[in-house]
Design a protein around this ligand. Structure first.
Ligand SMILES: [Zn+2]
Length: 423
């Protein structure tokens, strides 16, 4: 054995290991954090991925199923864990989903706005109906207190968009919810400023009825980022037509300073007037409700770039390819529902985080480039189909030079094809 040569190889290995350590130390400091806040001025983000219009579904879009759980805190005089309660909750969920599946036409329509008849969002209870007996919590309406309790019973229950029901010490149904809009503006307090923050809704009832399903449908609208179309105590949409968040298909192209519906709960609708409407985020008792295309887009945007996306079931998939045709930088954190194709001549640079659907893959076409520069690509669920690189297959293609698709991973970038690292 040539010991000189062996020593040399060992030396080389040391140098290699040392270099790797240096590289690793370097890239650690370079790894960028995704930014879904209003401070992100990346034109790819503000010009498309943050825009509500980019998320309006069409008739071929898949329905997004959201995992919800109903948590009932029982006590004297409240609902009890009985078959009739179970049947009533199931009925409430049916009515609730009916509002999201059967969108009514607008009583105050804006010219040229199409009528989207299905929001393509459903709330699935499955068998997640939980009762909490023998506590004093049937008398509270604090989501944070109730959430803490259910986490103590089973932390897995926080993986659902939770609906809390108590009698709240009052016979009046009411509800609160943390709006994702606030969460991403750095809202502190009970709900963390994070994509991992929990979203939940609360209603107060002694037995679920149709009105509760209306209230719940409205509150879940809040949970998915919608604000009020009337201006009452809290949380209206903007009337500023130059704000990208402005719902021009609700309030019209030239809004007055106070663009809101002025009608009170139970007001009388006059078709064609904005004083009182059938909008889901207004305050009316309706058989069916209207959501505008922009409102529906806002719901779906929340399921891509805001915290409620973590409740969408893993198997939601749109098999239509999403094509990257020009250079783009994704420095934000986005959950995708379709395959991504990087076309020839285009470079997709990922410094943020992409969550891919179970059946989704990323295809880099010949002449296309994917650069994972300190970013992360992983599955929204347990797995995804990974990255496929298109290479030259014929002599003719090779003759015109090496134009294979290119994947570059640098600065501690990660492509995680197997495991779920959270949402
Ligand atoms: Zn409300």
């Amino acid at each position: 054995m040539n010991t000189g040569k062996t020593k040399y190889i060992v030396f080389l290995l040391y140098v290699f290991a040392f270099q790797q350590t240096l590289l690793w130390a370097q890239v650690k400091t370079k790894k960028a954090a995704p930014d879904n806040s209003n401070a992100n001025t990346n034109p790819d983000y503000t010009g498309y991925y943050k825009k509500i219009e980019s998320y309006i579904p069409d008739e071929y879009s898949p329905v997004k199923h959201i995992r919800v759980a109903v948590n009932i805190f029982t006590g004297p005089g409240t609902m009890q864990n009985t078959d009739s309660t179970r049947a009533a909750i199931k009925q409430m969920m049916l009515w609730l989903n009916g509002f999201y599946a059967n969108v009514d036409s607008a009583t105050y329509g804006i010219a040229g706005v199409p009528w989207i008849k299905d929001t393509k969002i459903r709330f699935d209870l499955d068998d997640r109906l939980y009762f909490y007996e023998g506590t004093k919590l049937y008398n509270t309406s604090s989501i944070s207190v109730l959430e803490k309790h259910i986490a103590g019973v089973d932390p897995e229950r926080l993986n659902n968009l939770n609906i809390y029901i108590t009698d709240g010490g009052t016979a009046q149904p009411h509800a609160i919810s943390p709006y994702p809009n606030f969460i991403l503006q750095g809202h502190t307090g009970t709900h963390p400023s994070s994509l991992e923050g929990n979203v939940a809704v609360y209603i107060s009832t002694l037995f679920p009825n149709y009105v509760n399903s209306q209230t719940l449908a409205h509150e879940l609208g809040h949970a998915l980022d919608l604000l009020h179309t009337y201006n009452r105590a809290c949380c209206p949409e903007t009337c500023n037509a130059s704000d990208p968040e402005y719902l021009y298909d609700v309030f019209g192209p030239n809004p007055p300073a106070d663009c809101y519906e002025q009608g009170r709960f139970g007001c009388t609708i006059t078709p064609g007037e904005n004083t009182c409407t059938n909008n889901m985020m207004g305050g009316n008792n309706m058989l069916y409700y209207y959501f505008s295309p922009m409102q529906i887009g806002k719901l779906h945007r929340a399921l891509a770039i805001k915290s409620p996306r973590k409740y969408v079931k893993d198997d939601v998939f749109d098999n239509r390819e999403y094509r990257i045709k020009k250079d783009e930088t994704w420095n934000f954190d986005i959950r995708c529902y379709s395959p991504i194709v990087v076309e020839a001549g285009a470079t997709l640079t990922v410094t943020g985080r992409i969550l891919m659907p179970e059946q989704g893959e990323i295809i880099i076409k010949r002449g296309g480039r994917l650069i994972v520069d300190g970013g992360t690509i992983t599955g929204a669920g347990k797995k995804w189909e990974g990255v496929k690189i298109k290479t030259s297959t014929t002599a003719l293609e090779r003759l015109f030079g090496n134009n294979d698709g290119l994947l570059e991973i640098k600065n501690d970038g990660v492509i995680d094809e197997t495991t779920n690292k959270g949402h």
